[in-house]
Design a protein around this ligand. Structure first.
Ligand SMILES: NC(=O)C1=CN([C@@H]2O[C@H](COP(=O)(O)OP(=O)(O)OC[C@H]3O[C@@H](n4cnc5c(N)ncnc54)[C@H](OP(=O)(O)O)[C@@H]3O)[C@@H](O)[C@H]2O)C=CC1
Ligand SMILES: O=C(CO)COP(=O)(O)O
Length: 392
């Protein structure tokens, strides 16, 4: 990462804020939407939208991938055995996919987002809403996906939303019921997107905590890599439960220090997704961790992975932001060291690498019951004063 950039006060955060009038969409005709990316999540989300009644056009970067989806109503490469709705079309022509779309959903790997936005920008309508389905941060800048979108497309934050939650693609593609959060600084935008992205097996809630919702998705990936390492090494349920529990504290500390609400990290986009991803062999982050735990090098793991494991790229920028904000993330530190090959995976443990050997309070430095998300925040810090010093 070249320049660590704290989340508060980035340019993308400070594009403020002429009032945006969101045009009400027609309620009679199906809403035209585009989904960019025909991997496992893009295809599954397109199915969610089509099954919810939207008129969906997917974009694939490879013409043969688009043609196969259009012709066979299947995406055998990413979702074997799943039949896609007949009203779901695909193209490799970006202009054809985006033109006329009221909402554009993006599901490409996080590190590829910026390049794709350059091509997307001239094709967007004045009111088009852009929704990130991604769960990574940009390695070079540390920016969240919604920030990259605002910055590159030069659009108001009110036209941007994110979707996150316990959403393992293959389970949803098989129509197993689940829920997710749609978040935007504009409640109206979040509601509009949530109404489109819901159907008999997919329930959407809304919030306006974009920072917490996005970081929930980013951070649970890192804890899922840790759990994979534990599995790979052969440790059992106590180790995993300890890491999941302490991992949630790290996630919450980090996100709150960036301006998130602690409750968001206890919700679907935090705890919910943490449970799903840490428990499931479907998780690519979990799988990558398991290979690391079995002793494979990062290069070998990347080679073996057929699909995107965002946690591998997010770990360094997250730790840089954590260091800049005074947040301790001992579990994520351990993941980084295993990825770098500087720690034996068998040494992974839920211990806290604090300077002192004194037993540490589970609930923060006072030893009193403190809200989740204050476990490792130092008592002199700005966050601590905000939580405890102001009498709140
Ligand atoms: N899978 C899941 O269960 C979930 C994933 N997510 C998030 O969704 C995002 C996408 O993940 P997912 O769909 O699973 O990933 P996949 O690896 O399954 O698919 C990636 C997709 O992006 C395309 N792609 C790869 N590189 C580029 C590029 N440089 N430019 C344009 N398109 C590119 C691939 O095309 P090609 O086939 O040609 O390589 C493919 O269509 C990630 O951020 C992930 O965290 C969120 C929730 C659930
Ligand atoms: O985000 C996900 C589930 O909510 C998918 O997790 P993986 O990217 O680890 O497969």
């Amino acid at each position: 990462m070249n320049k660590p950039r704290p989340n508060a006060g980035t340019r993308a955060n400070t594009i403020r804020r002429r009032p945006v009038v969101l045009t009400k969409r027609s309620t009679t005709a199906p809403t035209r939407v585009a989904v960019l990316g025909t991997g496992s999540w893009g295809t599954t989300f397109a199915k969610i939208l089509a099954d919810g009644g939207a008129d969906v056009y997917m974009w694939a970067r490879r013409a043969e991938a688009a043609a196969a989806i259009d012709r066979e109503h299947r995406n055998a490469e990413y979702l074997p055995g799943v039949t896609l709705p007949a009203n779901l079309r695909a193209t490799s022509d970006l202009k054809a996919a985006i033109t006329g779309a009221a909402v554009v959903f993006i599901a490409v790997p996080s590190q590829a987002l910026r390049d794709n936005l350059t091509a997307i920008k001239p094709l967007l309508g004045r009111d088009t809403i852009v929704v990130s389905l991604m769960k990574g941060v940009e390695k070079q800048t540390g920016l969240r996906m919604s920030q990259v979108i605002e910055q590159c497309l030069e659009i108001e934050p009110e036209r941007v939303a994110v979707a996150s939650g316990p959403n393992l693609a293959m389970e949803i593609a098989k129509e197993q019921p689940t829920a997710a959060v749609i978040s935007s600084v504009s409640l109206e935008t979040a509601q509009e997107v949530a109404l489109l992205a819901r159907n008999r097996y997919f329930r959407t809630f809304v919030n306006t905590d974009v920072i917490g919702t996005e970081f929930g998705g980013v951070l649970k990936n890192l804890i899922a890599v840790a759990i994979g390492i534990v599995d790979g090494v052969g440790y059992g349920e106590n180790t995993k439960a300890s890491i999941i529990t302490r991992g949630l504290v790290e996630m919450t500390d980090f996100a709150v220090a960036q301006g998130a609400h602690a409750e968001t990290l206890s919700g679907l986009a935090g705890l919910g997704d943490l449970i799903a991803t840490c428990q499931s062999p479907l998780s690519r982050n979990n799988t990558a961790g398991r290979l690391l735990g079995q002793g494979y090098s990062l290069a070998s793991v990347v080679k073996q992975m057929q699909q995107t494991a965002e946690g591998l790229a997010s770990v360094a920028p997250v730790l840089e932001i954590a260091a800049a904000s005074g947040v301790e993330m001992p579990i994520v530190q351990q993941v980084k060291r295993v990825i770098e090959g500087t720690m034996d995976p068998r040494d992974i443990a839920p211990h806290l690498t604090t300077a002192s050997d004194e037993p540490q309070s589970e609930h923060g430095e006072t030893g009193e019951i403190a809200p989740l998300g204050t476990g490792s925040v130092k008592s002199g810090s700005r966050l601590w004063r905000r939580l405890f010093g102001s009498g709140r």
